[in-house]
Design a protein around this ligand. Structure first.
Ligand code: 4NP
Length: 153
C-alpha cells in the first residue's frame, strides 16, 4: 500500500487489509510505504490512528518508510492511492513485470472514483472518508485475489 507520506492513507490501507486477511485466515504479507521520505520513521498521523482505532484497528506502532526498488521483488502487487503515487512508483520500475504490479487500489476494485483523496491538510472527517473508500476497496481486492488463488490451485 503506497501513498505520498506513508502516514495518512497507506497505513490505514495496511491496517484495514491486514485485518481482513486475518479474518479470512490467510497468511499474506501486507506492508505500506511512501513515495517520499518526508516522514521516515514517524508513526502514522494521529488522525489516522484515531480513525483506525474507531474501527477496532491498531496502526499506532507502524513507522513510515519510503518505497524502494526492492519492493518490486518482495511484493506481488503494489496498490497506490492516487495518480501521482502511480507515476512516482512507476518511475522506479525497472521492467514491465515491475510496472504491471502497480495498481491504483480503487481502480483495481472497480470503484467509480479512482483516487483516494489526500486527507493531510483537512480535518478528521477526511480520514473517515478515506477509511470508507479503502474498506470497500479492500473487500473487493481480497475477493478478487481469493478467486485468482482458487483458479491457480
Ligand atoms: P499521505 O498524506 O500521503 O496519505 O500519508 C500526506 C502526508 C504528509 C504530506 C502529504 C500527504 N506532507 O506534505 O507532508
Amino acid at each position: 500500500m503506497v501513498c505520498l507520506g506513508n502516514i495518512c492513507r497507506s497505513p490505514l490501507a495496511e491496517g484495514i487489509m491486514r485485518e481482513k486477511i486475518k479474518k479470512h485466515n490467510l497468511h499474506w504479507i501486507v506492508d505500506s510505504a511512501g513515495t517520499s521520505n518526508w516522514h521516515q520513521g514517524e508513526h502514522p498521523d494521529k488522525r489516522s490512528i484515531a480513525n483506525a482505532s474507531e474501527h477496532g484497528i491498531d496502526i499506532s506502532t507502524l513507522h513510515s518508510r519510503p518505497f524502494i526498488k526492492e519492493d518490486f521483488k518482495k511484493f506481488d502487487l503494489i496498490f497506490v492511492m492516487d495518480e501521482s503515487n502511480y507515476s512516482d512508483v512507476l518511475a522506479q520500475a525497472s521492467c514491465d513485470a515491475d510496472a504491471n504490479k502497480i495498481h491504483k487500489i480503487l481502480a483495481f476494485a472497480d470503484m467509480i472514483n479512482t483516487n483516494v483523496p489526500d486527507p493531510y491538510a483537512g480535518g478528521q472527517h477526511g480520514f473517515e472518508l478515506v477509511y470508507q473508500m479503502l474498506d470497500e476497496a479492500c473487500d473487493v481486492v481480497l475477493e478478487k485475489l481469493i478467486n485468482v488463488q482458487a483458479a491457480l490451485n
